[in-house]
Design a protein around this ligand. Structure first.
Ligand SMILES: Cc1cc2nc3c(=O)[nH]c(=O)nc-3n(C[C@H](O)[C@H](O)[C@H](O)COP(=O)(O)OP(=O)(O)OC[C@H]3O[C@@H](n4cnc5c(N)ncnc54)[C@H](O)[C@@H]3O)c2cc1C
Length: 403
């Protein structure tokens, strides 16, 4: 099949890798002059790592990743532990994959480096798509067009593909903004340990974790903002504002924040889950169809899972595009919708405003941790348990039952 993918972010490149490996003719159209990701980290939970295994990229992925020891929740002032999930051997065996932190540029390279240069077109901005009798046509700002059997919109939260098929509607300012920064560790530092650490305070939380093999600490510090903040990886923020917003937080965080050189901020937007992602020979993937708050660390994970499943679905239904896209959507839409809504709920529970509410939440975390130390209060088992590699087998069994 001739396939056009709009957007060369993590989702678009993962999908390109997946469909190329099944022998399709793929072209990616990216508006930027080259593939690029910002200087920031990304947490890859076991479900995403299983998709990366399915794409055959696991060994290379591990080379640039960092494996934390635990996910730990801490009180914003006292650093008291609210929950702890051990990420060691038992966790990795249970999920058949580790939990890995990686620099976003390294993750993008993992997928993009495998793509033949002739299938990547840069500096082309898509303005919309049209359905044709035999497939679909992508339209670009420079007046050029591209016809294909299938067009995939992987063009992010403000997707032009989505806009032209389903309308631009309902992008929701969530009232959250986050500061993002990277601090070189210069070796081992005693004020930030190699855990994925969630510091929870009133109306705010901070996540710290190591990337670049432990050379850098990635900081995501989320607050609530009364005014709209732009959604852009390149908006510089004031270091003083960051320090002021987190005044009174634990001395380890104050020490880490004092070492920040460049800080960026990002307004957080999401949408309600969609009722359909596909029209004719056009479908959507990643943030284009399910933008979500980052509080479950799942946006890029879902985009990678989408890309992998799209490749599998097209292979399972080689002469039936409608059947393939229906199977893709049936597998992906319920899961990503649930994750979108759960991420929204996290925004509430991580930001409880009063000491009483925080204490009640932490007591509930402790109670649930006794029931199941692996998933603890934050209850992520259902997210991590998913194995995209099981899709083809499940689908084949269903096809046999229908026959
Ligand atoms: C603060 C923060 C922390 C996060 N942490 C995590 C985490 O720990 N784990 C995780 O899994 N996820 C995380 N995410 C989410 C993750 O970053 C996104 O969900 C993911 O990048 C989505 O990938 P995508 O390919 O769908 O979209 P994008 O990354 O937005 O890529 C879209 C691409 O399309 C291009 N494009 C856009 N419009 C056009 C057009 N009209 N024509 C041509 N090209 C176009 C863009 O230039 C871009 O390259 C986080 C997000 C934020 C904001």
């Amino acid at each position: 099949m001739k396939i056009g993918i709009i957007g060369g972010g993590i989702g678009g490149t993962a999908a390109a890798h997946a469909v190329l490996s099944k022998g399709h003719d793929v072209t990616i159209f990216e508006q930027a002059p080259a593939f690029g990701e910002v200087g920031a980290g990304v947490q890859m939970t076991p479900n995403a790592v299983k998709a990366i295994k399915g794409l055959g990229l696991y060994e290379r992925f591990l080379e640039s990743g960092f494996c934390p020891k635990a996910i730990v929740g801490r009180n914003w002032q006292t650093a008291r532990e609210n929950f702890r999930i051990d990420l060691g051997a038992e966790f990795q065996t249970h999920y058949d994959a580790p939990y890995i932190h990686i620099h976003r540029a390294d993750l993008l390279d993992l997928f993009a480096n495998e793509l033949p240069p002739e299938c990547c077109r840069f500096g082309v901005k898509c303005t919309g798509v049209e359905l044709t009798e035999t497939g679909a046509r992508a339209l670009f700002e420079d007046g050029s067009t591209f016809e294909a059997d299938l067009i995939v919109g992987a063009d992010g939260v403000r997707s032009a593909v989505r806009g032209s098929l389903f309308g631009t509607g309902d992008l929701r300012w969530t009232g959250h903004q986050c500061y993002r920064a990277l601090v070189p560790t210069g070796g081992v530092v005693d004020y930030v340990n190699p855990d994925s650490t969630f510091w929870m305070g009133p109306n705010a939380h901070v996540v710290t974790y190591y990337v670049k093999g432990g050379e850098m600490v990635n900081i995501v510090a989320v607050t609530e903002a009364s005014e709209w903040v732009d959604e852009s990886w390149s908006t510089r923020a004031s270091h003083d504002d960051m320090l002021a917003d987190f005044a009174g937080w634990h001395p380890d965080l104050a020490e880490l924040f004092s070492k920040v050189d460049e800080v960026y901020n990002w307004g957080l937007f999401d949408r309600d889950p969609m009722e359909s992602w596909t029209k004719g020979a056009v479908t959507l993937l990643g943030d284009a169809c399910h933008p979500m708050l980052p509080f479950l660390s799942q946006g890029a994970a879902m985009a990678i899972e989408d890309g992998y499943i799209l490749g599998e679905a097209l292979a399972l239904y080689p002469d039936d595009l409608a059947g393939a896209l229906a199977a893709y959507e049936a597998e992906r839409r319920p899961r990503t919708s649930k994750v979108q809504l759960e991420a929204r709920e996290r925004g509430r529970t991580y930001h409880l405003p009063t000491e009483e509410e925080m204490a009640a939440r932490d007591a509930e975390y402790a109670r649930r941790a006794k029931e199941d130390p692996r998933t603890t209060g934050i209850n992520t088992d259902w997210v991590y348990d998913y194995d995209p590699r099981g899709f083809a087998g499940r689908e084949k069994r269903q096809m046999m039952t229908v026959k």
